[in-house]
Design a protein around this ligand. Structure first.
Ligand code: IVH
Length: 669
């Protein structure tokens, strides 16, 4: 290929990847599989590494982050970034709307929208290309975080449609609740401190110097204002909806995320709707924003020193109530971590009855200086679990300080607390009931050994009856033993046994995760499996060898050493090996030829496997992965949320449909 052809090829790959990103992250309608996307991306990456001179700064490959920034440069905003006046009072909002109408002396339309709880961003585009992304800073100048903003998949790097040649779009960068939870789960598994809330985490993430890390954390962005349109559009609402056609993720009127109204009643209705419905949004909002729609009217109303007169924010009150602390109980988790839980006199808060609140750890109790019988202030923010934020000292009845326990409430062992750790632990890993049953439940969970048909109650019962005392015992359960359990019919007993047998095919990294070693989450287990290859090698690894592995720090390494040096755990692992669990990372040799010559297509989302894992399983069993359903397809492995069109096509072509479980059963024959 000559240079021109290479450049053309790169541009074509780039355009196609941009379009697929948009379909996936903005429209929620993927057109190709993740696998196909990765292939295109790899192809472009390869070309870019061979021909760096032809690489576009807005290439889709920049989504994964790369360059380390030393520090962010401060740059001046083209239009000052104002803030909003705000109020918690509905009357203030009514007064504001009436003031606007009086000043304008004509009817006006209002736009109601959500007040996203994140970080403001101004993004400039020139000739349809993202050119600069600035934080708010002091409103006059902000920090250049372009490299980080490029990793946010819902923000277009280049535009389509008839976009203005030079303009700026403003919006809010936030972290969806789900991504925040995942991040904290990972941090917990790796023994790192937890982030407090999605807002602060989004702000912190946007200022990371390593854009690769930013890319991993799953930020998102909604746009709420377009600047520099030069009267091409009459009002704010129209401009925002127009921006959608250039590729931006904007609030959807059909979901009432943005709404036009010409009455104060309409504004109030919007406020009341979101005051209750916000609990169901996948991200946090802290109020709603009201704006006068017409640009001409906005100009007429003008600005005060800091904020426009044509807009105001109504902020939701953080819901807070006072109630009586009845008792503090202590829960023991599967790793032995002790969590104090406050039992409260039941009280209504934000539409639900609150009876309990987490107290996190001993330090938290000390900070609150909690006494028996205190009247406490309970708050419910974005989180599901309410928290105690203070004590009403005027109503204090006793000076009996709540003292953190020193013995395990379940088994009586003396609790331990490591230097610098917030949490107390019960060290009786193998004899403390909730730790044992918790470990079994973790072992059988979807992401570990994926054993179906065993709930918490059944596990507790089996443990109480002495049928199982650890996960290894699951493998010697008999049909008759299962039938002796209440509510276990023949069919469920059979299914359970089948599911237990099928778990012997679960890859080594998930067996390792399933052991429930403290601080060894999914990612760490994967890294360890890759680095050591076999359980034997991992068991023999020294501190130095463990520390050489990417992402393994002292805390995790010490935890592994302690685990593997315990003779009971050694016996347990030997037992798991003996019943046939995978103790080696999958070799790339065929495990069967069950799928020989068969073309499988995967679609939808899966619970037990990632797409990559499914692909690997198909190939290990001799099959091939097809990219889309056609007459040549033999099996369509259908996950959840598969598109109806694909399903129809498969049915029309007579392709055999397999559910995730069908597939697992098939390959574990
Ligand atoms: S408009 C001049 N609209 O709230 C108007 N702001 O002080 C400027 N925010 O940090 C902002 N959602 O980032 C506007 N729908 C929305 C918003 C919104 C959240 C943030 C904004 C700023 C703060 C306003």
């Amino acid at each position: 290929m000559d240079n021109q052809a290479i450049q053309a090829k790169m541009a074509q790959l780039s355009a196609s990847l941009h379009a697929h990103n948009h379909a996936y992250y903005v429209l929620n309608q993927p057109l190709i599989s993740d696998y196909e996307f990765d292939i295109l991306l790899k192809e472009l990456e390869t070309l870019e590494s061979q021909y760096p001179a032809f690489t576009d700064p807005n290439s889709p490959t920049k989504r994964v982050g790369g360059d380390l920034t030393k520090k962010f440069e401060t740059k001046k905003h083209r239009f000052p970034m104002l803030s909003l006046s705000n109020s918690y009072s509905e009357q203030d909002i009514i007064d504001w709307a009436e003031r606007c109408q009086k000043a304008l002396q004509e009817a006006s339309e209002f736009v109601c929208e959500l007040k996203y709880d994140g970080v403001a961003i101004g993004i400039q585009y020139q000739n349809g290309q993202m050119s600069l992304a600035l934080t708010r800073g002091d409103g006059e100048q902000g920090e250049d975080v372009t490299t980080n903003v490029r990793t946010i998949r819902s923000v277009p790097l280049n535009l389509h449609g008839s976009f203005p040649l030079d303009f700026e779009i403003r919006g809010e960068i936030f972290m969806p609740q789900h991504n925040f939870d995942l991040l904290n789960q990972q941090r917990e598994a790796q023994g790192e401190s937890l982030f407090a809330n999605p807002r602060n985490t989004a702000a912190g993430t946007l200022k990371l110097l390593d854009s690769k890390e930013v890319a991993k954390r799953g930020l998102d962005c909604y746009l709420y204002g377009v600047h520099g349109l030069n009267n091409q559009v009459s009002g704010h609402f129209e401009a925002v909806q127009e921006a959608k056609s250039w590729g931006f993720k904007v609030p959807d009127p059909a979901q009432r995320m943005i709404e036009k109204t010409n009455s104060i009643d309409g504004i109030m209705d919007f406020i009341h709707y979101w005051d209750t419905q916000r609990a169901h949004l996948p991200f946090d909002i802290d109020g709603v924003v009201l704006k006068v729609n017409s640009y001409a009217q906005q100009t007429e109303l003008g600005l005060t020193a800091k904020s426009p007169r044509w807009a105001i924010a109504y902020k939701f009150k953080t819901q807070q109530v006072e109630t009586l602390l009845e008792a503090v109980h202590y829960q023991v988790g599967r790793t032995g971590a002790i969590t104090p839980v406050a039992y409260l006199m039941p009280v209504q808060l934000g539409g639900t009855t609150v009876k309990r609140a987490s107290l996190h750890n001993a330090d938290q109790i000390q900070k609150l200086d909690l006494c028996a019988g205190d009247t406490v202030q309970v708050e419910k923010g974005g989180e599901i679990i309410p928290k105690i934020v203070g004590v009403n000292l005027n109503l204090r009845r006793s000076e009996n300080r709540i003292v953190f326990i020193d013995h395990c409430p379940e088994c009586g062992s003396v609790l331990e607390r490591q230097e610098g750790e917030a949490q107390h632990y019960c060290p009786n890993e193998l004899g403390c009931r909730p730790q044992v049953t918790g470990k079994i439940l973790h072992f059988i969970s979807r992401k570990a050994l994926n054993i179906d048909g065993l709930g918490e109650e059944t596990v507790e019962m089996m443990y109480a009856k002495g049928l199982i005392k650890n996960s290894l015992d699951l493998y010697s359960l008999t049909f008759d033993q299962l039938l002796s359990m209440e509510r276990m019919a023949e069919k469920s007993a059979n299914n359970l046994l089948q599911s237990i047998a099928a778990s012997k095919n679960i890859p080594f990294e998930r067996v390792l995760f399933g052991l429930g070693i403290r601080f060894v989450g999914e990612t760490v287990a994967k890294k360890l499996a890759q680095a050591f290859g076999t359980m034997e090698a991992l068991q023999a690894a020294t501190l130095e060898e463990l520390l050489l592995v990417d992402e393994i720090g002292d805390k995790i390494a010490q935890s592994l050493l302690a685990y593997f040096s315990n003779p009971s755990q050694q016996d347990y692992i030997t037992g798991l090996k003996a019943v046939g669990l995978q103790m080696e990372a999958a070799q790339k040799t065929l495990t069967s030829n069950l799928l020989e010559g068969k073309i499988c297509v995967i679609s939808g989302t899966f619970e037990a496997f990632s797409r990559d894992e499914l692909k690997e399983l198909i190939e290990l069993n001799g099959g091939k992965l097809g990219s889309s359903v056609s007459a040549k397809t033999h099996f369509l492995i259908a996950g959840a949320n598969m598109g109806p069109a694909k399903l129809q096509k498969a049915t029309d072509l007579g392709v055999t449909l397999l559910s995730e479980n069908d597939f697992i059963k098939m390959i574990s024959q």
